[in-house]
Design a protein around this ligand. Structure first.
Ligand code: ATP
Ligand code: MG
Length: 630
């Protein structure tokens, strides 16, 4: 094994040579003219002049060798449906879907908005778009009419693919009424394709609404060739989670994305054709785009797509599926593992998980107690990876295919090949090179393949937001605060916005959260900084106890609060001790499970909480207000 540091260095100093090699992991219809064209930085063009197609790389090119191998394994514990599609069957389904989209008038460069639950047709639709060179814009199923309308107006889609309903924990969520309302609000003239799952009644508007099953029958055996598009052709747009403010419409290319995903499967995930990848995310998020749909298929693996809760019918369901389908790679999020942690750890040991090699987690800081609990329970390495919707694949982790370095608790690991990561002082713009210094994590351009090309129809926001936020530097800011130790391991300390300044000391809210989360009586915690007349800022902690508030009672509650204070004192010193610890029954999160600290902070400071369209459960806001007043 080459030392990882050398692998990483080469990716930067011999950038073209490195990525030319990676580009050989995918099929090209016509070779590219240049590897990296950064003449219009920060709008980097990867593999310009090359012609390729994402769907060809995900499906068609595998037909010769693995037509009868499973490509998509679909399991819904909501409807009881369980179905495996081979590569040959996927090829057929995707071509029919492509033919349907063409019938509805979709052409190359057009947008198709996908507002779907986790059903196979959602993946078919994404791949069908890629096949004909249309851009998909997947909107998380269950977003309310208002958020959906904004995204429809933004994408101006030629067609929308949707369904009668989604289902969550047995509760049917009708989509069609929300879609109808959103269409009316946006004034869109898009054609609508509807998958009828038989879960909720649907009204249909003649001439606009089309039935998927009928068209699928009619177009049986359809052959739709892959459109060879330039590597720089946009493949999709996708919104960020909206944790820090109004979501940003990330636009991604084709060739760079395919190469980045293929390379990540080999170097980062250490995955091979024929193996089984189970990513528990949702197609509405970037993790779902990259690691449910595209990457496993590009790598010739089977991808397991799951609709349902991790605890339904019981908290062993994921492991039961891992056993049944001989899953080799699992990819989930810390927030989901924390949900499982509330259940019996014995459930992890009931199943034969001998096929499982590793569990990857991303999306939020992975706290040590959660990492330890799941690692010990499963008996496989747990690999944290840090990235963003914007980058499409991991920025920080330990590349399992090329690096045998051990992980360090609390750290996602090293900067990945292609990423020239550095820490900067956000006030002065000075680069921080000493171990242990804290600063904003930024990436020096050009960004590697797979990262965003721009923000959809907003080059100005793309440049101003990401590339001009650190004084005197044209570097890409992640807006996350981090530190690096002497061996190059990075530690994410929280969002740059969440760093608080207590009596002149900069503290990441994450550091305080880590300390509190280690208390056995704590299920979840969020720490925010609020204005304080004496110290400038002070930390406030919101804690969801493991036992319910009524079970704890007043005495139990006060004791927990005292213990939490003492714990933080012991770990980080009295300065970091929260001014108050509020026990609550729930915390505000985005629909992708991220803590909306800005909302908590606004409520604490008596301000308007701002954009709430990405909020999972609006009732939490009232609950927080009530607890603060109590
Ligand atoms: P928005 O940009 O709209 O505010 P968002 O940043 O939550 O929303 P995403 O792209 O879904 O949107 O999330 C990326 C962010 O999630 C990162 O910038 C980081 O703050 C956090 N994150 C992701 N993975 C990790 C990880 N492994 N450890 C710590 N933080 C992580
Ligand atoms: Mg972000």
């Amino acid at each position: 094994m080459v030392a990882y540091a050398d692998f990483h260095r080469r990716s930067l100093v011999d950038r073209d040579g490195f990525w030319r090699e990676q580009a050989a992991l995918i099929d090209w219809h016509r070779p590219f003219d240049s590897v990296c064209d950064d003449s219009r930085a920060p709008h980097t063009r990867w593999f310009a002049g090359g012609l390729t197609n994402l769907c060809h790389n995900a499906i068609d090119r595998h037909l010769a060798e693995r037509a009868d191998q499973p490509a998509l394994i679909y399991v819904s514990t909501e409807t009881g449906q369980e179905q495996t599609y081979t590569y040959a069957q996927m090829h057929d389904e995707v071509q029919r879907m492509a033919a349907i989209l063409q019938r509805l008038g979709v052409g190359q460069g057009d947008r198709v908005l996908i507002y779907m639950p986790m059903v196979p047709q959602a993946a078919f639709a994404m791949l069908a778009c890629a096949r004909i060179g249309a851009l998909h814009s997947v909107v998380f199923g269950g977003f309310a009419a208002g958020s959906l309308a904004t995204r429809i107006s933004d994408a101006q889609p030629a067609a929308i693919v949707s369904a009668d309903a989604g289902s969550r924990g047995g509760k049917i969520v009708p989509y069609k009424p929300m879609l109808d309302e959103a269409l009316a609000l946006s004034g869109s003239a898009a054609q609508v394709l509807l998958v009828d799952r038989g879960l909720a009644p649907m009204s249909r508007m003649p001439g606009r609404d089309h039935d998927y099953a009928a068209l699928r029958d009619e177009l049986a055996g359809a052959e739709v060739a892959c459109a060879w598009v330039d590597a720089t052709h946009a493949s999709y747009t996708l919104y960020t989670s909206g944790t820090t403010g109004k979501p940003k419409g990330v636009q991604r290319d084709t060739g760079g994305y395919a190469v980045a995903l293929a390379a990540s499967m080999r170097h980062i995930f250490d995955a091979r054709a024929g193996q089984v990848f189970f990513c528990t995310s949702d197609i509405g998020w970037v993790v779902g785009h990259s690691y449910i749909v595209y990457a496993p298929l590009i790598a010739g693996m089977a991808t397991l797509m799951y609709e349902g809760l991790p605890v339904n019918p019981d908290a062993g369901i994921w492991w039961r599926l891992a056993e049944r389908y001989r899953v080799t790679h699992m990819f989930s999020a810390p927030t989901a593992i924390r949900v499982l942690k509330k259940h019996d750890a014995a459930l992890l040991r009931e199943y034969d998980l001998s096929s499982l090699q590793r569990l990857f987690l991303a999306g939020e800081p992975l706290d040590e107690p959660t990492a330890q609990w799941i690692g010990e329970g499963l008996g496989v390495p747990v690999v944290d990876n840090y990235w963003q919707t914007e980058t499409g694949w991991p920025i920080l982790t330990i590349a399992q295919g090329v690096d045998s370095s051990p992980g360090r608790l609390g750290s996602p690991g090293f900067a990945m090949y292609g990423y020239d990561a550095a820490l900067f002082d956000p006030a002065s713009g000075e680069e921080l090179t000493e171990p242990g210094q804290k600063g904003v994590l930024a990436l020096k351009g050009p960004l590697p393949p797979g990262c965003l090309q721009t923000l959809w129809q907003d080059d100005a926001r793309f440049e101003a937001t990401y590339w001009h936020s650190i004084p005197g530097r044209q570097v890409y800011s992640t807006f996350d605060y981090a530190t690096r130790d002497a061996d190059g391991y990075y530690f994410i300390l929280g969002r740059a916005d969440d760093v608080i300044n207590v009596a002149g000391h900069r503290l990441g809210t994450r550091e305080i959260e880590e300390s509190i989360a280690g208390h056995p009586g704590v299920a979840e915690v969020a720490v925010v900084g609020v204005q304080d007349a004496i110290k400038g800022q002070a930390a406030l902690a919101f804690v969801v106890p493991r036992r319910s508030l009524s079970e704890l009672g007043d005495t139990g509650g006060s004791q927990l609060v005292r213990e939490i204070g003492a714990r933080v004192d012991g770990h980080l010193g009295a300065l970091a001790r929260p001014r108050a610890v509020h026990l609550v029954s729930a915390l505000p999160k985005t629909r992708s499970g991220k803590m909306l600290r800005r909302v908590i902070q606004a409520i604490c400071e008596g301000r308007e909480p701002g954009d709430l369209t990405t909020l999972e459960d609006p009732a939490v806001i009232e609950h927080l207000r009530a607890r603060l007043e109590a």
